[in-house]
Each structure stands twice: as C-alpha cells, then as structure tokens.
Ligand binder design. Structure first.
Ligand SMILES: NC(=O)c1ccc[n+]([C@@H]2O[C@H](COP(=O)([O-])OP(=O)(O)OC[C@H]3O[C@@H](n4cnc5c(N)ncnc54)[C@H](O)[C@@H]3O)[C@@H](O)[C@H]2O)c1
Length: 305
C-alpha cells in the first residue's frame, strides 16, 4: 500500500532530471501518472519524445501505471490536454507537479528579448497554464461533489530570492511562480485543495553546465547529495493525505535537507504622520541607510546559483 494509492498525478517535464524522479516516486507511492515531456535540451532546443516514453516504460515495468503526454506546458490547449488525458485515462485528476523548463542565461546587459520571453514563457506561463486548468477541474469537482482531493506542487528556485545576475529571466520567472502558486492556495482553500512551492538543488542536464557542474558533481563514495531522487520524497509527502493542512508554503530541498522558508516580513516601518516629501524621505530613510553598503547590505544575499 502506498501513500498515494488511487490518486492520479500529472508531472510536467518528467522525461529526465527532477521530473523523472518525481514521476517514479509518485508511482512507487501508488499514483497513476501522466508523464508530460516535450523532450527538449537544457536550453529548450530540439525535441525528442523518447525521454518521456522511457519513464512511462520504467513505471510500467516496476508494476505501476503511467501514460505519456508530449505537449508543451506553456501552450494553453496542450496544457489543458494533460488534465483531460488524466481524467480520460484514469477517471480523475488529483496532483499536479509543475516542473518543466529550460534556461537561457545571460547577464542583464546582454540578454536578448527572446531569451527573456522564452524563459518566462516556459517556467511562469508553463506553471500558470497547468495551475489554471487544474484549478478549474478542482473547483468544478468541489462544487459538484462537495469534496475534492487536489494538490498543486510548483517548482521554483532559490534564484527567485538570491537573484543570480546571470539569470534575470529565470529568477523573475521563478519568483512569479511563487506568487501564482500562492494565489491558487488561497483561491482553492475552501475546496480543501493545497498548493505549495519547492526549490530544489540537483545534478541534472540543467545544472551540469559551465562552472555550476563542479558544485553538483557526484562524489566518488558516500551519500550522493545532489541526486535528484533526494528531492522527490518531499514532493510525494506534499501530495499525500498527510499534508492536507500544508498550503501556501515555500520549501528548499536537496540532499538530506528540507528548509521551510519564512514569509517575507516588514522590516523598517516608517510613518511620517503627514504626506512625505523628498526632504522628509531623505531625512528618515537616509538615516536608516547611513553607513550601509549598496547591494551588499540589501536584501539580496550572496548568490548560490
Ligand atoms: N536542477 C536543479 O538544481 C534545479 C534548481 C532549481 C530549480 N530547478 C527546477 O527544476 C525543474 C526541473 O529541472 P531539471 O534540473 O530536472 O532540468 P532538466 O533539463 O533535466 O529537465 C527539464 C525537463 O523539462 C522538459 N521541458 C522543457 N520545456 C518543456 C515544455 N515546454 N513542455 C514540456 N516539457 C518541457 C525537458 O524536455 C526536460 O525533460 C525546472 O523547473 C528547474 O528550473 C532545478
């Protein structure tokens, strides 16, 4: 008996890397899985359906149930068809793990419009489309039947907080994913549907590039800290009945670590008692920032990725 027996999951970008690990883990826990993957390279180029099909075959040969979906997560209709495929194949839909994406890194002063648009599209719009269609299904079912089992899981990145100067597009998309997911958490609360965001670290095609690759390398012996499988148990737990009261949260997860992020809070609060003018702002805020070093003493901690 698994924690997710009878549940139906859609995992996007599940042909390799983290998505593959999530799909296999959810299937191990008893979920029937729609394995979505477009089969593109880590920079979004090309197309190869064999990756997604291989994961379906792997799940089936381990005794699980899975079906492939080769659509683009950021295409409105193709995204909707992931949910439809789950319902038509397995009679229901319960868990959305949005994970698909690619990177096109450049410093802000060199980034081209298409590098910004394409990365925002695949991550932020890709999450939005899936969450939008999943939410509609959950809401309709909740209204019709009074009860619905629904879980939305989104993949952000620590880049959303600890902005990488080489990833202004990716960091923006990942920050937006938190906002979109939390909007769903609030909107669907009354139906008992939860929505959470996690920020993984793992050795995948996405991270085995350039200097970043060294950070994620597999150790010669001992625990493989950055194996993608280390991330998936959090995903399956958040998808499980045991996490029914966990929603609107952000987690960092890698290796043996899970961190629950605190929501942003107000820092200095100033009330001028009357309309501000440039002198009063300067007098009060200028005093607060006196002696601080620009950027270093801001809320941007040193970059990890
Ligand atoms: N690996 C890390 O350390 C790390 C860190 C932070 C966040 N993430 C996030 O985790 C997620 C998975 O990344 P990964 O490291 O496993 O990368 P990966 O490159 O190994 O896998 C990404 C998968 O997404 C698929 N994909 C890309 N565009 C798609 C589209 N439009 N429609 C459907 N499928 C599409 C690709 O074919 C690929 O199989 C991404 O959202 C990434 O931003 C990864």
């Amino acid at each position: 008996m698994g924690e997710l027996d009878g549940k139906v999951a859609v995992v996007t970008g599940a042909g390799r890397g983290l998505g593959r690990s999530h799909a296999l883990e959810l299937a191990r826990q008893g979920a029937r899985v729609v394995v979505n993957d477009l089969g593109v390279a880590a920079d979004g180029s090309g197309r190869d359906e064999s990756a997604g099909q291989n994961v379906v075959d792997e799940i089936k040969s381990a005794g699980g149930e899975a079906v492939a979906h080769f659509g683009d997560v950021a295409d409105w209709d193709q995204s909707k068809s992931m949910i439809t495929k789950a319902v038509e194949t397995y009679g229901d839909f319960n868990i959305l793990v949005s994970n698909a994406g690619f990177c096109r890194d450049r410093m802000i002063f060199s980034m081209e419009e298409d590098q910004f648009d394409s990365v925002l599209r695949v991550h932020l719009k890709g999450h939005f489309c899936g969450i939008r269609h999943a939410s509609e299904y959950f809401r309709n079912k909740g209204k019709a039947e009074g009860e619905v089992y629904g879980r939305i899981l989104s993949t952000a990145s620590e880049a959303a907080f600890f902005c990488d100067p080489g990833q202004p597009n990716y960091s923006a998309a990942k920050a937006g994913i938190i906002a979109t997911t939390n909007a769903a958490a609030i909107a669907l609360q009354k139906y008992g549907v939860t929505a959470n965001t996690f920020m993984p670290r793992a050795r995948t095609d996405m991270t085995m590039v350039g200097q970043t690759a060294q950070f994620f390398e597999k150790p010669e012996d001992g625990f493989d800290t950055f194996h993608p499988d280390n991330v998936s148990p959090l995903v399956s737990w958040l998808a499980s009945p045991g996490a029914s009261n966990v929603s609107g949260n952000v987690f960092i997860v890698w290796g043996t670590q899970i961190t629950v992020m605190e929501p942003p809070t107000h820092g200095l609060d100033l009330d001028n008692g009357e309309k501000w003018d440039i002198e009063s702002v300067g007098a009060k805020l200028g005093k607060f920032f006196e002696g601080k070093e620009a950027v270093k003493d801001s809320f941007i901690p040193p970059s990890i990725f």
